[in-house]
Ligand binder design. Structure first.
Ligand code: GLV
Ligand code: MN
Ligand code: MN
Length: 426
């Protein structure tokens, strides 16, 4: 068993220094600690991450999907590898901890294993996955999707708001889309398990005063782009009762989306993040408006009905206003459950080193969703101060991260010894 009392202060200090150092790589023209995928700040930060992995004694490679992979060799080269890691890109105006804790925490877990004299029999791969956050092309988890074989050629044709393609963004970043599509890890070697350390990003652990959450399931996400088409008219002369105002129909739809989230019976959230109007002149009734929204839940039954319920309500309200609506829905990811065996091993690890924990669902999505296609998957959460995330105030005390690292290291130790069950292999 790991002795956490000796190392934890040192580990917390080292982690804190690393997190604050990585945060210096930021897009200074943007708010908070912005380091979006494909940005110059991200490109430079990846050199720093590679160096940090090498300093932790890992053999570092960048795979053809752009994931930075550090390998700690085990004693049995034939045994399927353990994988851990997360991401170091941020949302626009984001914080310093989302994803970063899972990458630098994994390196600290390597250090902890070394200091406690433990050598894993399996290879341990620490991954900094390319571009986890949903980006201007509307696609999250680029690196983990690629290695799970879940990226398609059509994804590279996606365009951002300026009309640039995702494929071009990859090329500009030095990555070849054709090679990315070939990077399916399952083709090369089977994996034993994937476990990701992450901040909770919500308020539950802090409210319950618990240091650790062990994830039960990761939310499904349905994304909507709705296009409202009305009629352009003079804003000064067209009577109020004779308008086809696309903006008003979109405004009604924003409220429908909100009502949908508020009405979820178990767990559900619904957010409109963007409204774009083609009307530039302040004196024209808006005739073309696009609305970007998302709905999330770990309740598959409820989430599967969301498209139908929202279409019915939004259409009815728009028709009353004489406005047409087109719906373009995509499933970002379905609900993914943590593998019960990985959940139980993480729970046993926390118990073994005396860390109280609770089972917890994740309302945020993660690379773990896609890694679940390659290996039995689990996640460990540490508390977020005031539950804040995707904002500059995001914070987790370094001592709390060190506690999570202890749980991660102990989980890796136990997983290393766990034989796959027949159910894992089907
Ligand atoms: C990623 O952080 C997401 O939940 O969108
Ligand atoms: Mn994240
Ligand atoms: Mn995030």
């Amino acid at each position: 068993m790991l002795d956490l009392t000796v190392q934890s202060q040192e580990a917390a200090d080292r982690l804190g220094d690393g997190i604050l150092e990585l945060a210096k790589y930021r897009e200074t023209a943007r708010p908070g600690w912005t380091r979006e995928v494909f940005s110059e700040a991200y490109r430079e930060s990846r050199q720093w991450v590679s160096g940090r992995m090498a300093a932790a004694g890992l053999e570092v490679q960048v795979d053809s999907a752009g994931n930075i992979v550090g390998r700690l060799a085990g004693t049995d080269p034939k045994a399927p590898a353990l994988v851990t890691g997360s991401h170091t890109d941020t949302v626009d105006g984001g914080g310093r901890f989302d994803g970063v804790v899972g990458v630098l925490g994994a390196l600290e877990a390597v250090q902890l294993l070394r200091e406690s004299g433990q050598r894993l029999s399996r290879d341990l791969l620490v991954v900094d996955f390319l571009g986890e956050e949903s980006n201007a092309f509307g696609l999250s988890c680029l690196g983990s999707r690629a290695i799970a074989g879940e990226l398609t050629p059509a994804d590279f044709d996606r365009q951002d708001y300026r009309g640039a393609s995702l494929g071009q963004a990859y090329r500009d970043f030095g990555l070849d889309p054709a090679a990315v599509l070939q990077t399916r890890w399952a083709r090369t070697a089977p994996l034993h398990a994937f476990i990701e350390l992450h901040i909770e990003q919500g308020p539950t652990l802090e409210q319950r005063q618990l240091p650790l959450g062990i994830v039960t399931a990761i939310t499904g996400i349905e994304r909507l782009v709705a296009t409202f088409t009305g009629s352009p008219d003079h804003a000064g002369t067209r009577p109020m009762n004779d308008r086809k105002d696309a903006m008003v129909a979109a405004a009604e739809a924003v409220l429908s989306v909100r009502r949908e989230g508020c009405g979820a019976p178990n767990h559900g959230v619904a957010t409109t993040t963007r409204i774009e109007s083609e009307s530039r002149s302040p004196n024209v009734v808006p005739s073309l408006v696009r609305m970007t929204s998302e709905v999330r839940s770990v309740d598959t039954a409820w989430l599967s009905g969301v498209r139908g319920r929202l279409a019915e309500e939004i259409l009815a309200n728009a028709r009353n206003l004489g406005v047409d609506v087109e719906f373009d829905w995509t499933t970002d990811n379905t609900v993914v459950h943590a593998h019960p065996r990985i959940h139980d091993v993480a729970a046993a690890a926390a118990d073994a080193i005396g860390i109280p924990w609770m089972p917890i669902p994740s309302g945020a999505t993660h690379d773990a969703v896609h890694m679940a296609a390659l290996a039995p998957m689990g996640m460990i959460f540490v508390p977020s101060r005031a539950g804040k995330s995707h904002c500059p105030e995001e914070w987790t005390d370094f001592a709390d991260i060190a506690t999570g690292v202890g749980a991660l290291a102990q989980t890796l130790t136990l997983l290393d010894r766990t034989e796959p069950s027949p159910a894992d292999l089907t």
